[in-house]
Design a protein around this ligand. Structure first.
Ligand code: SAM
Length: 362
């Protein structure tokens, strides 16, 4: 009888474990220590740290907030800034801070992501570069991001730098992948609060990207710190995001390690845009091409050529290795987004041509 009851309770417990919906929402002890530290140092916030449905760490409101209300205030003395230079050349200052045992920013530095949690073009794993499946994207990673980290790591840019790696950490030995990680972190977590500086701001740098967002950052003189105000009414528990800029999936991948989630209507990758200039990312305007007819025909031919080359490349490459399943998945999704966007634009252009032909026949 006792055995039956125990068996029944055990089965029930198993059922509950298996079918209780698991929430991603949690805050670690170190993250809570950072929040307490910010508060003691004079910060104010109506948010906490947690994870969203996709498991990505971010910040979330702890109460209903009205549009225009202050969401977060981080005092100036908790901000960490480096000169506004390419990330690979500014990184020794962050390296120094990370190697300072009693840094004033200790509670903040302890919650920064580890090497396996940061991905940008700077620390893009060699093994996966060719699966970008595009000459220009691969060149961007190899000749711009990784080459810059490597040459700086090897001391070739020392004469341009405010602080060199040995000045930052003395004789401590670090590897190139570790340096790439520090560069990647600096590049993906800084705000431009002042013209001459790149700044890391505790808590605020936990905001994830959403292109549609309208929350407002303010660090103007006299504001006693960096403030974030709600751009809209928000409910308790909502994720607080900010826009990192109007970036396409290939740019987001190389600068931040994720892809655009707003994919309807599909958007050409930056490298496929007719106004893309090699070695130049940013600010491509989505002004649809509407004519004249010879331009539409030329654009159709250009996109068809890109698509054929891309499919051919993918076939030659074969399956993406699963050494890093997260990155393999991202690359597969990038390929799908690219293909879908080119097809979508080709159909739009073909329809336009048909309209032109129809009008010509009248
Ligand atoms: C400034 S940090 C934001 C906080 C970050 N989630 C963390 O826990 O440290 C930027 C990084 O967050 C992640 N991220 C930001 N927005 C994202 C999004 N919309 N989807 C997926 N990952 C995102 C990427 O890893 C990106 O490099």
């Amino acid at each position: 009888m006792r055995a039956t009851l125990l068996g029944f309770l055990f089965a029930q417990a198993l059922f509950l474990i298996a079918f209780t919906p698991r929430s991603n929402a949690y805050i670690t002890a170190e993250e809570q220590i950072m929040l307490d530290w910010i508060k003691r140092e004079g910060g104010e916030f109506k948010v906490t740290i947690s994870r969203n449905a996709a498991g990505v760490r971010g910040i979330f409101t702890t109460q209903n907030v009205r549009k225009g209300e202050l969401l977060i205030l981080i005092p100036d003395h908790l901000v960490f800034s480096v000169p506004s230079v390419p990330a690979a050349e500014g990184a020794p200052l962050l390296l120094k801070e990370l190697h300072t045992p009693c840094s004033r920013l200790g509670p903040y530095l302890r919650i920064l992501p580890n090497e396996s949690q940061v991905l940008t073009g700077y620390n893009f794993p060699e093994e996966y570069i060719r699966y970008l499946a595009d000459d220009r994207l691969e060149a961007q990673v190899l000749r711009y991001f990784k080459q810059h980290s490597r040459s700086t790591f090897e001391g070739q840019n020392d004469d341009k730098m405010m602080m060199t790696i040995p000045e930052a950490i003395g004789r401590a030995n670090i590897s190139l992948p570790y340096y790439e990680y520090v560069v990647a972190m600096l590049s993906s977590r800084t705000f431009t609060l002042r013209k001459e500086a790149l700044s890391m701001v505790p808590l605020l740098d936990l905001m994830n990207h959403d292109i549609r967002d309208i929350n407002q950052l303010d660090s103007s003189l006299g504001s006693r710190g960096v403030r974030l105000s709600a751009g809209k009414d928000m409910l308790k528990g909502e994720e607080v995001t900010i826009t990192y800029g109007d970036m396409r999936s290939d740019e987001l991948l190389l600068y931040y390690g994720f892809l655009d989630t707003v994919t309807s209507p599909p958007r050409l990758l930056a490298v496929d845009h007719r106004n893309f200039k090699p070695n130049e990312f940013g600010d491509l305007v989505d002004q649809p091409l509407t004519g004249p007819e010879e331009d539409i025909r030329a654009e159709i031919a250009r996109l068809q050529h890109i698509l054929a080359k891309f499919e051919n490349r993918l076939e030659t490459l074969g399956p993406i290795p699963n050494t890093l399943p997260y990155l393999a998945g991202l690359l597969r999704e990038l390929h799908d987004q690219r293909r879908e966007a080119i097809h979508y634009e080709l159909s739009r252009l073909q329809r336009l041509l048909e309209q032109h032909d129809g009008q010509a026949e009248l």
